[in-house]
Design a protein around this ligand. Structure first.
Ligand code: PCA
Length: 325
């Protein structure tokens, strides 16, 4: 009898605990880049701000450095809901859709100001594209302007012939091909080893990534080409999103717009500092010479033409909209 009574008393208690648990959620957030990079630090601040503002009813835990999912797994993980949220280099998904490559078209948007305009111009279509894949973008943050790292001086594109080149997306692989270089696509987490073993000896990237991997141990030159500013995006799975109540959604959206503003400001304020760090560690940091820039502009024109062929009228409209901003 007493046993029965106890059962009767404890059953609803257990039930209410169960409900309380399912009401509070934990989102694991995979990041591809190292914990100390400003992109990851910005994501960690975003996660902390959501966790605090929701009083822990939504806890977001970041997993930097590809520790939960590697960079090239994150898009798929979020799409399938294996991860509710994650950060991915937008242009790395260029094979999925040309729209993802807009911010890596050489010399289209080469300053933070222009990159921001390009971002605003593309946002609605990018959101629609992601929605068609069951995802939504919460915010996007640029990398500083891109330049070429190499072991020896480069005066023209021809100097890149047969060089073993690290690519980070289909566009940089195409750039390598047009220069006559030989590319391998490698995530930053595997980059130090690839440079140390001689698998690659050159790449195009920002001062930020060169600094993070202490690239001065392997190469001596960085040409600050200001060729484009690629972005990382933080994406959320729409099923996970719809599991949140409206109050939590609003908290996430507010934290996201703060993270976007902070991330852009941080990237811009660090760009020059990164270049100085490369130089301070013995590298020759300089702009591209005339011949190199001319060659790369021609290659950029080819890549833009090829992109327009794939992106069609809507791609052209997007570029025109950006140019008229
Ligand atoms: N760093 C990233 C992408 C662009 C950048 O500056 C990388 O090299 O993977």
């Amino acid at each position: 009898m007493i046993k029965k009574l106890l059962l009767l008393l404890t059953a609803p208690l257990a039930l209410s605990f169960g409900v309380a648990n399912s009401d509070s959620q934990k989102w694991d957030m995979p990041l591809a880049y190292s914990a100390t990079n400003y992109q990851s630090e910005n994501a960690a601040a975003f996660a902390a701000s959501v966790t605090e503002a929701t009083g822990g009813s939504l806890t977001i835990v970041t997993h930097p450095g590809g520790s939960l999912y590697k960079g090239d797994e994150i898009f798929h993980a979020v799409r399938t809901g294996q991860a509710p949220i994650g950060e991915r280099l937008i242009s790395a998904e260029g094979n999925e859709d040309p729209l993802f490559e807009l911010d890596t078209l050489p010399f289209l948007a080469t300053s933070f100001e222009d990159a921001k305009k390009l971002h605003e111009a593309a946002k609605p279509e990018l959101q629609a594209l992601l929605a068609s894949k069951g995802m939504m973008m919460l915010y996007a943050v640029p990398w500083p302007p891109q330049g070429i790292y190499n072991k020896s001086p480069i005066n023209s594109a021809a100097d890149m012939k047969t060089v073993k080149f690290r690519a980070y997306n289909p566009a940089t692989a195409r750039l390598a091909e047009l220069m006559g270089a030989v590319s391998t696509t490698i995530e930053v987490t595997d980059l130090t080893q690839a440079l140390a073993t001689g698998q690659v000896e050159s790449m195009v990237s920002s001062g930020s990534t060169g600094y993070d991997i202490k690239i001065w141990k392997y190469v001596d030159f960085w040409y600050d080409l200001q060729a484009w500013l690629p972005k990382n995006m933080v994406i959320v799975n729409l099923d996970a999103w719809h599991d949140l109540d409206e109050a939590a959604q609003n908290i996430v959206l507010n934290a996201a717009s703060e993270a976007e503003a902070n991330g852009w400001a941080k990237a811009e304020s660090l760009a020059q500092w990164y270049a100085e760090q490369l130089a301070a560690n013995g590298m020759t940091v300089q702009p591209g010479g005339d011949q190199l820039m001319n060659d790369l502009r021609k290659i950029g024109d080819i890549m833009t033409m090829e992109w327009l062929e794939r992106a069609g009228a809507s791609g052209e409209a997007l570029i025109n909209a950006y140019k008229s901003m």
